[in-house]
Write a protein that binds this ligand. Structure first.
Ligand code: FUB
Length: 331
C-alpha cells in the first residue's frame, strides 16, 4: 500500500511539471518572468563589422565600422569599405548607404582597416587605415564630407602618414588605427595611431596636415587600437594590450602626458583575437563600444561583430572594468 502511494505521488508530481525550453530556463533562472530575452549585442546582425569608432554629433551617435567581408573559409581580414550607422538612443541603429571605400583613395590598394571620424567647423574628417599602393606598408588617409553620413571623398589626394615616416619599428603595419581628438581647452587637434609603437602628432586647423614632429608614447604591452578621449578634465588613452588583445588604459591631466598606466579595462572579447574599442559619453551616460567574434556559427577574428555596453567611472576618474553582455543596451 505504502509503495502504491509513493508511485501515485511521483506520477502526480510528473504530471504537474511544465515543460520548460532552454531559453525559458535561462530567463526564469535570471528571475525574469518573461521568457523572451532581449539580446541587443551584437548591434549589427546582418553584416560582420569590426573596429568601431563613434562620433557624438548634435543629438545622435554615428557609428563607423569596417566591413568584415572574409568568406567563412578565409582566415584573414578581407575589408574593402567602411560602414556608418546612427542612433538616437544606443538601442536602435539605422544603417546609411556605404559612405567610403578603399577605392575612393586612388593611391591606396586595399585594406579598409580601423578608422575614426571627427567634426570641425561643420566638416567631417575620416582618418582611415589602408595599404598604400606604391609606398610599402600601411598608411593613413583622410576622407572629408559635409555630413556625418557622407558621402566622403579623399581630402588630400595622398596619404597623411606613410610607413617611411615612422622608423621606430621595422614592421610595415605600424601606421594603422588612427584616433583623433580636438582638445576643448585650446582647439588643438591631435592624431594618435600605431601598432607596436604608439605615435602621436599635432594636426593643423585644416585637419589634413601634421603640425610638428611625430612623437611616441611608451605604454605597457601596447599592441594597437589607441582611442583618445576626455572626460571630466582627464585625458584617457585606451589601447589593445598584448595579443590576443585585452583593452588597457592610461590617464593624464595633459594630452602631452605624462600618462599613468591604470590597468585592464576590458578582457579578451569572445572568439576574436582583437577587441578594438571606442569610448563615448552620450546623453549623460558613458559607453564602451567594441567588437567580438561571437556571431554564430561563423563569427571569428576575421568575421567580427560590433557590440556596446555601459562604461562607468569611479570618483577618482579611473574607469571600472567593462562587463561585456549579450543583452547590451536595453533602454
Ligand atoms: O581590422 C583590422 C585590424 O584589426 C585593425 O586595424 C586592428 O585594430 C584590429 O582590430
Amino acid at each position: 500500500m505504502k509503495k502504491t502511494l509513493s508511485i501515485l505521488s511521483l506520477l502526480v508530481l510528473i504530471a504537474s511539471c511544465k515543460t520548460i525550453k532552454p531559453d525559458e530556463v535561462t530567463a526564469y533562472a535570471n528571475g525574469n518572468a518573461n521568457p523572451t530575452l532581449t539580446m541587443n549585442n551584437p548591434i549589427i546582425k546582418d553584416k560582420y563589422t569590426g573596429d568601431p569608432a563613434a562620433l557624438v554629433y548634435k543629438d545622435k551617435v554615428y557609428l563607423y565600422a569596417g566591413h568584415d567581408e572574409a568568406p567563412n573559409d578565409f582566415n584573414f581580414y578581407k575589408m574593402n569599405e567602411w560602414l556608418v550607422y546612427s542612433s538616437s538612443d544606443m538601442v536602435h541603429w539605422q544603417e546609411h548607404p556605404v559612405p567610403l571605400k578603399v577605392t575612393d583613395f586612388t593611391w591606396a590598394k586595399s585594406d579598409a582597416w580601423a578608422a575614426q571620424v571627427i567634426e570641425r567647423n561643420g566638416k567631417f574628417y575620416w582618418y582611415v587605415t589602408v595599404s598604400h599602393g606604391t609606398i610599402n606598408g600601411k598608411a593613413i588617409g583622410v576622407g572629408v564630407s559635409d555630413s556625418p553620413t557622407g558621402p566622403f571623398k579623399d581630402a588630400l589626394g595622398k596619404a597623411l602618414i606613410t610607413n617611411d615616416m615612422t622608423t621606430q619599428t621595422k614592421i610595415d603595419w605600424d601606421d594603422i588605427d588612427p584616433t583623433v581628438i580636438i582638445d576643448d581647452d585650446d582647439g588643438q587637434a591631435y592624431l594618435f595611431w600605431g601598432n607596436t609603437v604608439c605615435h602621436y602628432a599635432k594636426l593643423k586647423a585644416n585637419m589634413i596636415e601634421l603640425d610638428g614632429p611625430i612623437q611616441t608614447i611608451s605604454l605597457p604591452n601596447y599592441t594597437e587600437a589607441p582611442w583618445i578621449h576626455k572626460h571630466n578634465n582627464w585625458y584617457y588613452l585606451s589601447y589593445a594590450y598584448q595579443f590576443p588583445e585585452k583593452i588597457a588604459y592610461a590617464m593624464s591631466k595633459s594630452i602631452k602626458g605624462p600618462w599613468e598606466y591604470k590597468g585592464i579595462l576590458n578582457e579578451l572579447a569572445g572568439n576574436s583575437n582583437t577587441n578594438h574599442q571606442a569610448i563615448i559619453d552620450f546623453k549623460g551616460d558613458s559607453y564602451f563600444i567594441y567588437h567580438n567574434g561571437g556571431t554564430q556559427p561563423n563569427g571569428s577574428s576575421f568575421r567580427r561583430s560590433v557590440c556596446v555596453d555601459r562604461l562607468y567611472y569611479n570618483e577618482d576618474g579611473t574607469m571600472k572594468r567593462v562587463i561585456m553582455t549579450s543583452e547590451g543596451i536595453t533602454q
